[in-house]
Ligand binder design. Structure first.
Ligand SMILES: [Mg+2]
Length: 236
C-alpha cells in the first residue's frame, strides 16, 4: 500500500507502567537501609548511580543491573559506616531488586483503544521496539495483551544511538514515512531523530538514565490519544 505509515511504539512507560514498579522497590530499599541506621540523605542518588553504572558496564538493560545496584549501594553504605556487609541483607536487597520484573504491569489508559484504531485504519504498520532481556520483555508483552496489534515486535538489549539507522537498513523502513513514539529522550527520541523519523515524546516521568538533551525538534504529547491527529497529518 503506497500510503502505509510505519509506526514504532516503545513499550515500558509508553504502553504499560514500569517506573512505578521500580519506585515501590526503591522505597522498600530506602526503608530497609534506614532500619539499619543508614539514613544518609543521598541514598536515592547512590542507588541510581549504581544502577546507571551497571547498565554502562553491561552495555544492556539487564534485570541484574538494578538488583546488583541494590547490593552495591548497600555495600557502599556499610563501608561509609565502618561495617561489613551482611550476606543475608545483601541477598534480601538483591531479591528486592528483581521484584519489579516479576510484578504485573498496569496498562496505560487508552493504549489498547489507540492500537485498535490504528489497526482498523489499515494504512499503518505497527512495530513494537522494546529494550531489555528477551525472556522478561517477551513475557510482559504477552501479559499486556498488546502483542496482537503489532505487525512486528523487536526486543533489543539496548536502544543505542544509531539503532534506528540500522533497523531502517535491515527492515527496509522508509525513514520519512516513520513515526516513533516513546517516553525517553535518550532511548526513543534521539535514536529516532538520528534516523530521520518523526519523533513523538510522551510526557511521563522518565528515570535519570533517560535524561539527556534532545538532538533536535520533536513533538510532545501528554496522552496517547493525541497520536491519532499526528498520524492523520502524516498520511495526508
Ligand atoms: Mg520507555
Amino acid at each position: 500500500m503506497s500510503h502505509t505509515l510505519n509506526i514504532i511504539f516503545d513499550f515500558d512507560d509508553t504502553l504499560v507502567y514500569t517506573n512505578e514498579l521500580f519506585d515501590i522497590a526503591k522505597d522498600r530499599f530506602y526503608l530497609r537501609m534506614a532500619e539499619l541506621g543508614f539514613d544518609d540523605t543521598d541514598v536515592p542518588k547512590l542507588l541510581n548511580d549504581c544502577d546507571i553504572a551497571n547498565i554502562a558496564k553491561a552495555g544492556a538493560m539487564k534485570s541484574s543491573c538494578f538488583a546488583n545496584a541494590m547490593a552495591d549501594a548497600y555495600a557502599e553504605l556499610c563501608r561509609r559506616h565502618g561495617q561489613a556487609p551482611d550476606a543475608a541483607v545483601t541477598a534480601e536487597v538483591v531479591e528486592l531488586g528483581y521484584q519489579p520484573y516479576n510484578a504485573r504491569q498496569r496498562r496505560f489508559p487508552g493504549a489498547e483503544e489507540l492500537l485498535q484504531r490504528l489497526r482498523d485504519r489499515g494504512d499503518c504498520r505497527l512495530n513494537l521496539v522494546t529494550q531489555g532481556e528477551f525472556a522478561i520483555q517477551n513475557r510482559r508483552i504477552g501479559e499486556s495483551g498488546f502483542d496482537k496489534y503489532f505487525d512486528n515486535i523487536f526486543i533489543v538489549p539496548l536502544k543505542y544511538p544509531t539503532i534506528y539507522v540500522d533497523m531502517c537498513r535491515e527492515q527496509g523502513w522508509d525513514a520519512a514515512r516513520t513515526l516513533s513514539v516513546g517516553n525517553s529522550i535518550r532511548s526513543d527520541i534521539n535514536p529516532s531523530i538520528t534516523a530521520g523519523f518523526k519523533a513523538v515524546l510522551l510526557l511521563i516521568r522518565a528515570w535519570d538514565y533517560e535524561k539527556t538533551e534532545p538532538l533536535g525538534p520533536h513533538l510532545r504529547i501528554a496522552a496517547l490519544e493525541e497520536l491519532d491527529d499526528i498520524v492523520e497529518e502524516m498520511l495526508k
